[in-house]
Design a protein around this ligand. Structure first.
Ligand code: IMP
Length: 175
């Protein structure tokens, strides 16, 4: 792996710093509120684990497994949700944690599904925001890093289900 993805695109140190800042902001914004933090698997698994540990509130956690049909190229896309929530989110504030918001279709679909459970609010926190390919208007309140239209792997993000375990973010190398 190190040979293919020699140089980190975002280092572990930069990520630690930014995630700590996000945790502080979220802790401040949801002070005194009931918050359920929902991780979107598989991509957000590592970011989620880091983020919840720097949120200084008694949150609840839940997960959804979602996937799209898209690969590194850009064919049309449908979102499939493989699991259901195990916690009740009615009358709770919800923070949906994503790995990357690209076209915005996944986030938009998940938010529309979650609204059916009648939460008080739903916001999105994403490690990466790639606005260049946005297809639907999406309000993303918490963004780790805005990235240009590159294909990124590592830190939970995959290419054909591999490289999620790379401990930093790397640009997909075509060599
Ligand atoms: P969206 O629905 O187009 O916003 O895509 C969101 C999903 O596409 C993410 O949760 C990722 O699984 C995948 N994705 C989009 N861009 C990248 C990337 O650069 N690297 C890895 N996965 C990506």
């Amino acid at each position: 792996m190190a040979k293919i993805f020699g140089k980190p695109y975002v280092t572990q140190e930069a990520m630690r710093t930014r995630i700590r800042e996000l945790g502080q902001q979220i802790s401040h914004d949801y002070q005194g509120k009931d918050l359920v933090v929902i991780g979107v698997l598989k991509g957000a698994c590592i970011f989620f684990a880091d983020l919840v540990r720097v949120i200084q509130l008694p949150i609840q956690m839940d997960f959804l497994i979602a996937s799209g049909t898209k690969k590194a190229g850009r064919p049309p896309k449908m979102v499939k949700v493989w699991t259901e929530l195990t916690e009740k989110i009615a009358k709770q504030h919800v923070l949906l944690v994503e790995d990357i918001v690209d076209s915005g279709l996944t986030a938009k679909f998940l938010v529309s599904q979650l609204h059916k459970h009648k939460p008080v609010s739903i916001e999105i926190c994403t490690l990466l925001d790639k606005p260049a390919y946005r297809e639907v208007a999406m309000k993303v309140k918490y963004v780790g890093f805005e990235v240009p239209p590159l294909y990124i792997v590592g830190y939970g993000l995959d290419f054909e289900q591999k490289y999620r375990n790379l401990p930093y973010l790397a640009k997909m190398d075509s060599k």
